[in-house]
Design a binder for this molecule. Sequence first.
Ligand code: ACO
Length: 332
Amino acid sequence: MAYAAFRSIGAYVPSKILTNAELAVMVDTSDEWITKRTGIKERRISAKNETTSDMGVKAAKKAIERSGVDVGEIDMIICATISPDYFCMPSTATIISNKLGLANVTAFDISAACTGFVYILSIAKAFIESGMKKNILIIGAEKLSAITDYTDRGTCILFGDGAGAAIISATDNKEEAIIDIHTGADGTFADLLMTPNGGSGSMHDSLDREAAGCFMQMKGNETFKVAVRTLTKDVIEILQENKIDSSDVKHFIPHQANLRIIKAVGDALKFKDDQVVLTVAKFGNTSGASIPMAINDIYEEGKLKYGELMLLDAFGGGLTWGSALVPFSPLK
Ligand code: ACO
């Protein structure tokens, strides 16, 4: 049987920084409020002409280079995004495949908001274990600034842009294999976080995106409570089912939505501070890109080593959630 190994990680972070102080000029908020309620100090904003696929390609090139896999060996590309280059088609994954010079791969996007990276990891695992694919490029990429309403202080303080990518490859070494992945969703909470218009459910002729309701809206406080409850429950379950103690997890890498959510979940699960990976202060919430950007952060700091166990944990619009137990398995 083929197993799926998490071979490499890469990320791209736009250079432009948007600080809390700058946001306080745009909406009625303050650095103090944002820091206290979210832990976010700044976030990155892509250039006006820089697309989600542009960022995804830059992250992908790093992941490919670090994987030891030749670009021509990639047989599938999956992109998790809620801010694709084009809302209907072509998919961001196909644009990325073209920019990477790959003419004959399976390529598609998925929409699971902030849980997107865990979802695409589970899809990659399934395709590899079934024997259908061998080297899959997975990418979480977001230009959330394009769908953020910078007059809404309840959302604009949270979100930023960026991309992260990983190569998942077939291996016959069980020690290297992704151990388990949980994914879930509950559509009864669909209205907590949404871009209400612009889809087939509510077509608009207007080209004014604000008037057309194409920006994100969120019931933040309700989302917060469901997030803490769901994330904690999901992590307890995946650890119990796999008979793994939380102390065996080297890196707990949660979706970087809000420091208070991360702390509440981390405390409930009794993770020590040095197990918890935090990038929320400098990148804010980059939705599907946040987990691979955080993995890349510890990788580039030299803190992620062969065989170390990562526990990924995400939550987002849908509502969706997921967790994954993943040993880091670069080719030696
Ligand atoms: N600056 C100052 N005051 C603010 C701001 C702001 N930026 N935003 C809201 N407030 C005010 C509110 O108006 C409210 O005032 P009131 O008491 O006079 O009515 C007060 O602050 C408290 O508002 P809450 O919404 O209750 O604040 P809360 O502590 O819940 O923090 C936040 C808001 C940061 C949005 C939090 O709820 C949160 O992080 N929610 C979860 C987000 C999340 O995880 N989303 C899922 C992933 S995202 C995705 O999938 C794309």
